[in-house]
Ligand binder design. Structure first.
Ligand SMILES: *[C@@H]1O[C@H](CO)[C@@H](O)[C@H](O)[C@H]1NC(C)=O
Ligand SMILES: *[C@@H]1O[C@H](CO)[C@@H](O)[C@H](O)[C@H]1NC(C)=O
Ligand SMILES: *[C@@H]1O[C@H](CO)[C@@H](O)[C@H](O)[C@H]1NC(C)=O
Ligand SMILES: *[C@@H]1O[C@H](CO)[C@@H](O)[C@H](O)[C@H]1NC(C)=O
Ligand SMILES: *[C@@H]1O[C@H](CO)[C@@H](O)[C@H](O)[C@H]1NC(C)=O
Length: 273
């Protein structure tokens, strides 16, 4: 309908620039009307963001409509294959292609087209679109599913007695902070499955490390742990000690030798006299 109207307007004897501007205005009005009509007819509610933690369950709602003729869930994960779950009321039949067993109808689809996901994995992240054909119009709704992976927190003392805090395999990457201000820059290590390991060493100006606390902030939950590290003596100092001892020993041996030589010579001169 839009194109035939545009064609009609084009035949008007206006100057080219005027014609273009008018055409543009009309096109916008037509587009708006078309969009409004679609919205009214289909009752689209648009997009919805859903955040789930790995291993938990999630329920994705579809349409409150009754008298559903057909429902199709189109699942498009970020990684892996496309999968669909469908129901046809005329045959009272469901079908599924490629969907894993952890994705299924929550109840009977002839009553409720809600989708249920059990044991959510990172690979399930993606778009879940429900399309409904009902006696009073069509309907669709898309859920953008984001999966969170809580990081595993480990806190330990390294060889030099420096506290090291690790937040392993978090999605999104965790934020590491220390109770006493630390000036260190955390190191991030991304993994193939979309998770990130963050490592932070405690480097404070004060050497008071009696009790250090590492705080890991993450949307899937915050964690904290404390540790007391005993700062080890410097390796160079150890080396100094060894060299100093060896030197002392050599000096002592030398003195002993000199003393023996002296007493030996002394006894000889005494005997010769
Ligand atoms: C559903 O369909 C039945 C007949 O099949 C009709 O009586 C009823 O009014 C319909 N309900 C809605 C909400 O359209
Ligand atoms: C099923 O998934 C595989 C990959 O996992 C994909 O290659 C294939 O196209 C999918 N089939 C359908 C019908 O979507
Ligand atoms: C559809 O089939 C299920 C079993 O698969 C049955 O329990 C239900 O009553 C059927 N519904 C209709 C409307 O026939
Ligand atoms: C060191 O820490 C202890 C307790 O953690 C505190 O009582 C003391 O005041 C601290 N000393 C310095 C110099 O910050
Ligand atoms: C986690 O910590 C951050 C600050 O680091 C805070 O904004 C957030 O509300 C905390 N979340 C929870 C669940 O406690």
């Amino acid at each position: 309908m839009g194109s035939s109207q545009q064609a009609g307007w084009c035949k008007k004897p206006t100057s080219p620039t005027n014609a273009r501007a008018t055409l543009e205005a009309v096109r916008k009005i037509v587009d708006t009307i078309v969009l409004l009509t679609i919205a009214v007819v289909t009752g689209a509610t648009g997009n919805n963001r859903v955040t789930v933690t790995v291993g938990s369950s999630s329920v994705l709602t579809c349409s409150p409509k009754s008298n559903i003729t057909m429902v199709t869930w189109k699942i498009n994960p970020k990684v892996g294959g496309f999968c669909t779950l469908g129901y046809r009321a005329d045959q009272n039949k469901t079908d599924r292609t490629n969907c894993s067993d952890s994705i299924n109808w929550k109840l009977r689809p002839d009553h409720d087209p809600t989708l249920e996901m059990r044991q959510v994995e990172i690979a399930h992240e993606g778009d879940y679109t429900c399309e409904v054909v009902a006696t009073d119009g069509n309907f669709y709704k898309t859920h953008h599913l984001t999966v969170l992976a809580p990081p595993r927190l480990t806190l330990y003392c390294d060889d030099h007695g420096v506290p090291v805090c690790e937040a392993a395999a978090g999605k999104p990457p965790a934020q590491i902070s220390w109770v006493l201000e630390s000036t260190s820059i955390p190191k991030e290590d991304a993994h193939d499955n979309g998770t990130v390991t963050v490592l932070s060493k405690f480097t404070a100006l004060s050497t008071n490390r009696t009790n250090t606390t590492c705080i890991v902030s993450h949307p899937a939950g915050n964690q904290s742990k404390s540790i007391a590290c005993r700062p080890s003596e410097n390796i160079t100092c150890h080396l100094c000690c060894v060299i100093f001892s060896l030197a002392s020993l050599l000096v002592l041996l030398f003195l002993l030798a000199v003393f023996h030589l002296y007493t030996f010579c002394d006894s000889r001169t005494m005997r010769n006299q």
